[in-house]
Ligand binder design. Structure first.
Ligand code: TEU
Length: 572
């Protein structure tokens, strides 16, 4: 085997192509825009890029509905542009991983068009078709009561062939039938090997634990009384064949020394997660576990934010920092991606006077935690949620749109209820992460080649003050703090990137404190003030003699922290 574990020390930068950089003035980001920005990305100190879906797609779910794995969405560019991107990344010592979206395809993929054309199509069994159920009065019902991830029934009726097909996301994203050998082999060949042969270094694997379903499709228990459908994640995640499929994939990936990082929702038990990422199992390299970014989400109304305290956050970090102790598994560190609202708004403070400090505070936290660390585009300049004054029409994500529609339907168009729904989405909606990257104070944040070009989605109004150009040469900027913190992490990787984690004072509501211990005994102490007031602290005796090596503020004073200030000490 030629497998190495390079990914364990990777610092990954996630690019969401629609909103990264528009090089050709069509209002959409593109691959050439990424190529032109590689020196900027390199300047952060990251060594790996994860590119979200750039494949051809009708864009019902921003490219997570793929109609052809082997071609590129034309507004983003061509396969030749991708070849150039791969080359330009590698020549800078940057690895590139792509998104692997193979739980479902678009309904416009040739495989699905064939599958839905007739019951005796050779590809019928590549998707999941089931007959209707009928009530005593003849009312037609889907095979079970599952709710999709986007708040709709998980089954859609097909008139032509008179059966339902399963879709755990939009109706335009039919689920592939992984129990069919031909289907699985076609996925491996088209979605994986086509790109691995071109030199990509691995994949972020979308919804990885949903491939194997309980094929008898039992009803989900009723938790949302009176609703048409019920949340069913615990049923359709981690099905019986998952580990068999992932070992097949692992055998392919191994030949290319490629990494994978899989999304692992609905998997609360650490022992279950270890099975997916244990080195000996050769399944996934690492996974995204969502407890932290799901913190404060109402369990049924997922877009509603409920109150949480700093101790809740600490307990989650502690759990997923320590679950690899005594085994050969590996963990990840992230607080943002294209599915989450912005971390400053969510976990610290986006009041104008606290944005810079909050951005640096979260950067320090992440760079001091063990595991492969991920930074999402714009996080490195402290981008925030969109203004709460934006109306419903500014939100373009299918999940937000479905949510507004569901609230309207449930409340018969009640104005106050809709306004509340807009406020919920403002706090938790995916749109917050999807506004164009703010490159400068030029119109629309300088997103397009010609700034007056209208971007596909409105730029966050705060681009005039929060942007790359304004931060490039400012030593106190969030951007330069990221560069510094990434540098310190790389320099002290055995301690910060790989050390053991020990939580200090779990119940403290104001400060997050932790100790890191390297294999050689070297220690770090991190103290982070998550309040808008000054706090005092002492360095715990057990860490011994230390010096401060990183402070989020230039005017920091020993023993006290200004609002949202953080500090890192290391053994001397
Ligand atoms: O998202 C799957 C998904 O629903 C979770 O990642 C969810 O966001 C998590 O439990 C945290 O709350 C993936 C993609 O990231 C998303 O953009 C797509 O819409 C979806 O799959 C469908 O492909």
């Amino acid at each position: 085997s030629s497998r190495t574990f390079w990914f364990r020390d990777a610092i990954v930068y996630q690019i969401w192509p629609a909103s990264f950089r528009d090089s050709n003035d069509d209002g959409m980001g593109d691959i050439q825009g990424i190529i032109q920005s590689l020196d900027y990305i390199k300047s952060l100190g990251v060594n790996t890029i994860w590119l979200s879906p750039m494949y051809d797609s009708p864009q019902i779910d921003m490219g997570y509905d793929i109609s052809d794995y082997e071609s590129v969405y034309p507004p983003y560019g061509t396969v030749a542009d991708m070849d150039e991107l791969i080359k330009q990344c590698h020549s800078r010592g940057i690895k590139l991983i792509l998104d692997l979206v193979v739980n479902h395809t678009s309904d416009q993929h040739a495989w699905f068009k064939d599958s839905r054309s007739a019951k005796d199509s050779s590809k019928r069994d590549w998707y999941i078709w089931r007959p209707a159920k009928y009530d005593a009065d003849g009312t037609r019902r889907p095979p079970n009561n599952w709710r999709s991830n986007f708040n709709q029934p998980a089954w859609t009726w097909d008139e032509t062939t008179q059966e339902y097909y399963l879709h755990l996301f939009c109706p335009e994203q039919p689920d592939l039938n992984w129990t069919n050998d031909d289907c699985r082999n076609a996925i491996y060949k088209s979605a994986m090997e086509f790109w691995l042969k071109k030199g990509v270094n691995g994949f972020r694997v979308d919804t990885v634990n949903m491939y194997s379903k309980p094929m008898d499709f039992p009803d989900a228990p009723i938790v949302d009384e009176g609703a048409e459908t019920q949340p069913a994640g615990m049923l359709y995640c981690n099905g019986p064949m998952m580990h068999t499929y992932l070992k097949e994939m692992g055998a392919i990936l191994e030949r290319y020394d490629a990494m994978t990082v899989g999304e692992l929702p609905n998997t609360p038990k650490t022992a279950d997660v270890v099975r997916y990422v244990s080195a000996a199992e050769n399944e996934l390299s690492e996974v995204f576990q969502f407890d932290l970014v799901d913190l404060g989400r109402d369990p049924v109304d997922l877009l509603k934010l409920v109150k949480f305290g700093l101790p809740d956050m600490k307990r989650i970090v502690n759990k997923w920092q320590r679950f690899t102790e005594g085994n050969d598994a590996w963990t990840t560190v992230f607080i943002e991606n294209h599915d989450q609202s912005r971390s400053i708004s969510r976990f610290a403070s986006d009041k104008p006077e606290h944005i810079t400090d909050s951005g640096k505070l979260l950067a320090l936290m992440n760079m001091a935690l063990t595991g492969t660390v991920y930074v999402y585009q714009g996080e490195e300049i402290g981008m925030t949620n969109v203004p709460s004054t934006w109306g419903a029409e500014e939100y373009l994500d299918v999940n937000s749109i479905n949510y507004f529609a569901a609230v309207k339907k449930r409340t018969n168009g009640d104005k106050a209820a809709l306004e509340q729904a807009v406020q919920n989405v403002n706090k938790t909606g995916r749109d917050n992460a999807r506004t164009p990257v703010q490159w400068s104070s030029a119109p629309n944040g300088g997103f397009s080649k010609t700034p007056t070009t209208k971007p596909w989605m409105r730029t966050n109004d705060n681009y005039t003050t929060i942007n790359v150009a304004a931060q490039q040469d400012d030593p106190e900027s969030v951007l330069n703090f990221y560069r510094k913190a990434i540098g310190v992490r790389k320099q002290r990787n055995s301690l910060l990137g790989r050390g053991e984690f020990r939580l200090v004072e779990e119940e403290d509501e104001k400060m997050f404190k932790f100790i890191k211990i390297a294999e050689g005994g070297e220690k770090a102490f991190v103290v982070l003030n998550f309040t808008a007031e000054e706090q005092t602290y002492e360095v715990p005796e057990e860490v011994g003699n230390v010096e401060a090596v990183l402070d989020t503020r230039a005017d920091g004073k020993k023993g006290t922290l200004k609002p949202y200030e953080g500090r890192l000490y290391v053994s001397v």
